[in-house]
Design a protein around this ligand. Structure first.
Ligand code: GTP
Ligand code: MG
Length: 293
């Protein structure tokens, strides 16, 4: 990689991307929001700020909500706890969960509790007792569908570690008391800053092809250097470095990402780092920090 190429890496990222189906999903949610009793707003505990839908208030109006932070098993608990406090101070009920193993009885209980008065009022008015209707909403790949499968207790909707698995709104019955509306992941029309966009790409919330892969991987390595240098050491035996190209070269050599003649194959280095992050092999990380909001 030449110095010029390296300099280009720090250019401001231009992203003006907003797939039409996300606008459509927001419109459908707005149209159906009057039928909803409560919203589960799902965020990824590794990026509790970057993964929160920025314009959510525009289409869920003032519905009651619970923020569900998924991937508790992959996050840095100390930083995540600061975020939980931050959102609780903003008035949210927050629930941190590992959807791979947690039972979600407490979520059901909290939901029923938050809606108790409304349902008593309905009864007093002589209205039919009906199920609680929950909208599950969030950016792509945060675990909305996994949450639904967990609540139902079996696989009723498809999940996958890539954005855009759910394509349409789906009503799912949980039990005699609750039904859920699964929704496709949505983002907002323009990313407010590069860090948010890069964090989203680092955790596979936006398609890899949307951002230049070199910028995403450099962001991952630089974030690890800043917050978790011990993970760089453990996974790649990479000590502190001054030049990012040296870091990429080092990882390339350690992981055998070479082309004929012993040159570094940077595309392979990018794949290695992205896969390590995607699968959680690097370690438990949180990429957002409360002090920058
Ligand atoms: N380790 C871990 N993986 C999780 C957790 N929750 C979800 N996942 C994984 O995250 C990936 C995305 O899950 P989905 O449920 O498909 O996400 P989604 O929000 O429905 O995504 P879209 O439908 O694409 O918007 C899957 O590979 C899940 O297995 C969690 O708490 N811990
Ligand atoms: Mg889904």
């Amino acid at each position: 990689m030449s110095k010029n190429e390296k300099n280009n890496l720090s250019d401001k990222i231009q992203i003006n991307w907003y797939p039409g189906h996300m606008a459509k999903t927001k419109r459908l949610i707005s149209e159906n929001i009057n039928h909803i009793d409560i919203v589960y707003e799902v965020v990824d505990a590794r990026i509790p700020y970057s993964s929160k839908i920025k314009d959510i208030d525009n289409f869920i109006s003032n519905k009651k909500r619970i923020m569900i932070m998924t991937k508790a098993d992959m996050c840095d608990r100390e930083e995540t706890n600061k975020w939980i406090k931050y959102y609780e101070n903003c008035g949210y009920k927050v629930m941190l969960t590992n959807l791979m193993k947690d039972r979600l009885n407490n979520l059901i209980n909290l939901t029923k509790d938050m809606l108790k008065e409304e349902f008593i009022k309905r009864q007093e008015k002589g209205l039919n007792n009906r199920k609680i209707r929950v909208l599950v909403v969030g950016i792509p790949n945060v675990g909305k569908s996994t949450l639904i499968n967990r609540l139902v207790g079996k696989k009723v909707v498809n999940v996958g570690n890539k954005p855009g698995v759910t394509k349409q709104l789906n009503w799912i019955r949980v039990d005699k008391d609750i039904e859920l509306l699964d929704s496709p992941g949505i983002l907002w029309p323009k990313f407010d800053n590069d860090v948010v966009a890069l964090n989203l790409a680092s955790t596979t919330a936006i398609k890899e092809s949307v951002l230049p892969i070199d910028k995403v991987v450099i962001h991952i390595i630089e974030s690890l250097k800043q917050y978790y240098p011990e993970y760089l050491m453990k996974r790649y035996q990479l000590e502190d470095y001054d030049d990012i190209v040296d870091a990429l070269d080092h990882i390339g050599k350690k992981r055998g990402c070479l082309v004929k003649g012993g040159e570094i194959d940077y595309d392979k280095v990018y794949d290695v780092v992205l896969n390590d992050i995607k699968s959680g092999l690097i370690g438990s990380i949180t990429l957002d920090r409360c002090d920058y909001v």
